[in-house]
Design a protein around this ligand. Structure first.
Ligand code: GRF
Length: 209
């Protein structure tokens, strides 16, 4: 296998709605030379998202696109596609992007659109995977990176990492430990994609060695 630096780097875009600690992890891995991709653009649906600030700080183009300027979510996504096409983006990473994507986005990017979820899917999809696993009384939960399909957190699973829930652990404590894992697993999944090692077979993702 050729070394990642020998092949041209793929272009990625990161969509984020909030803090952007996972965006930061991607940036850090790139700067450490262990993730061979270019972040072409970071897009947020939230004007004040800290993710935008993190991008700018690293001289990455950061764009706020206001959903209120569009009459439908589909039109909003057509605008995003225009921006991503202009920048020749190969892979779109949803990292804390708190909007459900529609068929417009999935039809365009299926197989090159990935999402990060803070639970072991198919358990606890939705907006509070951490809280839902805690409330259920799970002893083990974790992190999932998956390709996005038209369902909510239902797409083909790329990587999963489990974590044991500690007795009496709060949402905040568990979230902190889950984020640490996310910050390793998401860059690892992006790297596998960049190396061309992810093969989609139906809903199963095979990882080539
Ligand atoms: C992460 O926990 C991710 O799993 C979920 O949203 C959170 C985003 O965190 N989808 P951050 O904005 O990357 O810090």
């Amino acid at each position: 296998m050729s070394s990642p630096s020998a092949s041209p780097k793929i272009n990625i875009a990161v969509l984020a709605s909030g803090n952007g600690s996972n965006l930061q992890a991607i940036i850090d891995h790139i700067e450490e030379g262990i993730l061979p991709v270019n972040i072409k653009v970071v897009i947020s649906n939230k004007a004040g998202a800290f993710a935008l600030e993190r991008a700018s700080k690293h001289n990455i183009e950061a764009i706020f696109v206001d959903t209120m300027q569009f009459s439908s979510r589909q039109d909003y996504e057509r605008k995003l596609i225009e921006l991503l096409d202009e920048r020749q983006v190969d892979l779109v990473v949803l990292a804390g992007y708190m909007l459900l994507v529609t068929e417009v986005f999935v039809d365009k990017y299926y197989g090159r659109l990935i999402n990060l979820h803070p639970a072991l899917l198919p358990s606890f999809p939705g907006t509070d995977g951490i809280g839902d696993a805690l409330k259920y009384g799970c002893k083990v939960t974790g992190v999932t990176v998956h390709f996005v399909d038209k369902g909510c957190d239902t797409g083909p699973i790329i990587l999963q990492e489990p974590i044991k829930v500690k007795d009496g652990e709060t949402h905040e404590q568990l979230a902190e430990r889950i984020h640490k894992i996310e910050h390793e697993v998401l860059p690892r999944a992006i790297r596998l994609y960049a190396e061309g090692r992810l093969k989609l077979e139906g809903r199963v993702v095979r990882i080539e060695s």
